[in-house]
Write a protein that binds this ligand. Structure first.
Ligand SMILES: Cc1cc2nc3c(=O)[nH]c(=O)nc-3n(C[C@H](O)[C@H](O)[C@H](O)COP(=O)(O)OP(=O)(O)OC[C@H]3O[C@@H](n4cnc5c(N)ncnc54)[C@H](O)[C@@H]3O)c2cc1C
Length: 261
């Protein structure tokens, strides 16, 4: 690292294998009685009196409360979120390594803030996958979740190999890339709140690239809000009414609402 950089090392830090963690959460939820309908897309929802109806590509469900957490697609289900939860194209890459320098125990999970050159992040080598690198806001490309271009172009690779300037050992050839999306809120804090017009509709969005590690707590908060209407967790930073969201709220949606009641 350049001499002028400062470092904070947390020896107890680690990383989650998100795919496995999701399977674990769903397995536990089912064991506790939850009904999880996979591959069932929500088309629309509407308020009917004090109840809600959710229409999917398979069925209509009636419910007393609804939590909307559709990632990059959330604004498609809740129009006023268009200016508050904005999908952004991201590319992560895996690179070959030569020797053990990038192995867990030798190489950290890192976030590297490089003045004038953005912020890289990555995790050590996993099995044969190589070590993983991404850069926050990648090429600053706001996208529509349904029409994002997932093809990898040379500019994507150039962004990621920029980390090489800061590594003690040369990084190897690319092993693979994946295109995905961040969903950014204006202040990059989460949006976790009930809608002012429909308190039985709760939204979780705008995780701005750092939501996964909090998903267990987020789920607890959503369940509290949906079932009790309040939560003991301090969520003031995540409220729809916080000032940082005010100037981005569309004029017609000062009170954020769902479809016509
Ligand atoms: C490259 C990259 C690196 C990241 N690194 C980290 C990290 O290091 N640490 C961290 O904490 N977070 C990280 N994140 C962020 C983390 O992945 C997100 O914050 C988190 O996944 C957001 O959860 P979500 O439930 O809002 O959205 P998602 O995880 O995207 O889940 C939304 C789900 O809703 C489904 N859906 C969408 N529309 C509908 C519909 N109409 N009907 C039914 N289902 C629908 C989608 O298919 C999807 O399964 C990273 C993200 C990316 C892209």
């Amino acid at each position: 690292m350049p001499d002028e950089f400062e470092a904070v090392l947390q020896p107890e830090a680690g990383f989650l294998l998100a795919d496995r963690a999701i399977v674990a959460h769903v397995t536990l939820a089912r064991r506790l009685g939850a009904e999880v309908n996979e591959n069932e897309a929500v088309r629309r929802w509407q308020v009917i009196g004090d109840r809600l109806e959710v229409e999917t590509d398979r069925a209509r469900h009636e419910t007393g409360s609804l939590s909307l957490a559709a990632g990059a697609w959330t604004a498609k289900l809740l129009d006023p979120l268009k200016t508050l939860a904005i999908p952004e194209r991201q590319v992560v890459g895996w690179f070959a390594t030569d020797g053990p320098h990038f192995a867990p125990g030798q190489f950290p999970v890192f976030i590297l803030d490089c003045p004038g050159n953005g912020t890289f992040y990555g995790i050590p080598q996993q099995h044969e996958e190589g070590f993983k690198v991404g850069k926050f806001h990648h090429r600053c490309q706001t996208v529509d979740a349904d029409s994002i271009d997932r093809r990898i172009v040379p500019e994507d690779i150039t962004v990621l190999t920029g980390i090489g300037d800061y590594l003690a050992k040369p990084m190897g050839a690319p092993v693979g890339f994946k295109t995905c999306m961040f969903v950014n809120s204006p202040d990059e804090h989460f949006i976790l709140d009930a809608l002012p017009e429909h308190r039985n509709v709760v939204v979780a969005a705008g995780f701005s690239g750092h939501g996964y590690k909090f998903c267990a707590a987020v789920g607890e908060i959503l369940a509290d809000l949906a079932m009790q209407g309040h939560t003991p967790h301090d969520t003031h930073l995540f409220k729809l009414s916080r000032p940082a969201l005010g100037q981005h709220r569309p004029v017609s949606a000062t009170a954020v609402g769902g479809p016509e009641a």
